[in-house]
Structure formats: structure tokens, C-alpha cells
Design a protein around this ligand. Structure first.
Ligand SMILES: Cc1cc2nc3c(=O)[nH]c(=O)nc-3n(C[C@H](O)[C@H](O)[C@H](O)COP(=O)(O)OP(=O)(O)OC[C@H]3O[C@@H](n4cnc5c(N)ncnc54)[C@H](O)[C@@H]3O)c2cc1C
Length: 188
């Protein structure tokens, strides 16, 4: 409840369940009711009413190379997926796009994991230095084996582009999974 009114929003789990604790990571939206409240007013010890975790954008097990591609705050579920997949030993390519290095969250954490786990390769694309993620760049950053599992999430334009690139680069469509941070829409 914010000022006596109920507001419902959805947030991805951005880490594995840890000692009975779930984590979400919230980007402050300019003028955003709930994200603004969470950043400015919610304090440790306050109570919020939650629904149990739900959704279909979940990591499927397997041994194929795993590619996680995110844009902006779309990084949140890929962090939990990365954490969940590491013990399997499968090759993981973690690709993140951000407006610039200052807007890049969780970099130190991902870099730290990459330093400890040789199976993890990470690639970053900053709009202000590299431009938007191109098909050529993605081609170079994907594993050579295109029989892979991909998960991608970001702003709608980003998702359209990534969906098209993956298709053109030979990734089977039923192995390219995505979710929307807003109303679902067609990517074709
Ligand atoms: C499956 C899913 C997972 C998600 N996971 C995450 C996550 O992990 N992390 C995360 O940060 N977000 C996530 N989101 C987005 C999140 O649910 C919220 O949409 C986001 O936090 C914005 O909510 P808000 O209440 O702050 O903004 P809102 O108050 O809903 O406003 C949204 C935007 O609309 C603008 N706006 C509002 N009212 C008006 C108006 N009258 N006129 C013009 N503009 C207006 C605001 O300025 C703001 O920019 C997820 C969404 C989905 C669907």
C-alpha cells in the first residue's frame, strides 16, 4: 500500500533463493510510482504484500552452451540464471548491453564470476562506445556451436533486434527464449 492505495508491479528474482531470502533489483523509473517508493521510502523492517514467485521465463537444464543476453534492467533475471547455471559446468556466454559504463549494473559481480569460472565468457556493449548490438558483433560473441540455448530480455527495440539476429545467425527459434518487462508483444 502506498498512501492507502494498492499498487501491483512485477519484479524478477535477480539471485537464487539464499537462506530463505529472495532478491529483486529495481531500477528507479523517472516519475515511477512503485520504483520511486521502493528507492525513497521503503525501509528495512517494513512489510510489503507479495505473491509467490511465478512465470515461465525460467532456465531449463541441459548441456548445450547457454547464452544470456540482456539490455539495461533486463539483466535482472539473467543474473539468477547465471548463478543457477554455473555449477552445471556448461559453457556460458553472458552478453550485456547498457547505455554507457555508468549505467551498467552488476559488472563487478559478473567479472568476479568470470575470473573464477573459465566456462563463463562475458561481453559488454555500450551504446555510447560501440553503438547498438549489431548482428556482426553478436555473431562474434556467440559460441561457434549454434545449437545453443539463448535467453534474452531488454527494451522492446533491443528484443526485436536480438530476436532477428539470433534467427539470422542460425540459433533454433525454439531455443531462443524471452520475456517482456511490460505487456507481451510480437517480435516479428
Ligand atoms: C515480468 C516482469 C518483470 C519485471 N522485472 C523487473 C525488474 O527486475 N526490475 C525492474 O526494475 N523492473 C522490472 N519490471 C518492471 C516493473 O514491473 C515496473 O513496471 C517498473 O518498476 C515501473 O513501475 P513504477 O510503478 O515505478 O512506474 P509507473 O508508475 O508504473 O510508471 C511507469 C512509467 O510511466 C510513466 N508514467 C506514469 N504515469 C504517467 C502519466 N500519467 N503520463 C505519462 N507518463 C506516465 C512514469 O514516468 C514511468 O516512467 C518487470 C516487469 C515485468 C512485466
Amino acid at each position: 500500500m502506498i498512501e492507502g492505495q494498492e499498487h501491483r508491479r512485477t519484479y524478477s528474482l535477480s539471485a537464487l533463493l539464499n537462506a530463505g531470502q529472495y532478491r529483486i533489483s529495481v531500477k528507479r523509473e523517472a516519475g515511477g510510482k512503485v520504483s520511486g517508493f521502493l528507492h525513497d521510502h521503503l525501509k528495512v523492517g517494513d512489510q510489503v504484500e507479495l505473491f509467490p514467485p511465478a512465470g515461465e521465463f525460467v532456465l531449463h537444464g541441459g548441456t548445450k552452451p547457454l547464452v544470456l543476453i540482456s539490455g539495461g534492467v533486463g539483466i535482472t533475471p539473467t543474473l539468477a540464471m547465471l548463478e543457477a547455471a554455473l555449477p552445471s559446468g556448461r559453457p556460458i556466454h553472458f552478453i550485456h548491453c547498457a547505455r554507457n559504463s555508468a549505467a551498467h549494473g552488476f559488472r563487478a559481480w559478473v567479472d568476479g564470476l568470470a575470473a573464477q569460472h573459465p566456462q563463463l565468457k562475458r561481453f559488454y556493449c555500450y551504446d555510447d562506445v560501440d553503438g547498438l548490438l549489431s548482428q556482426e558483433r553478436l555473431d562474434a560473441w556467440l559460441p561457434a556451436e549454434r545449437d545453443l540455448d539463448a535467453y534474452f530480455l531488454g527494451p522492446k527495440g533491443f528484443m526485436k533486434a536480438v530476436s532477428g539476429h539470433l534467427k539470422a545467425l542460425g540459433v533454433p527459434q525454439d531455443q531462443a527464449h524471452h520475456e517482456f518487462f511490460g505487456p507481451a508483444a510480437a517480435l516479428e
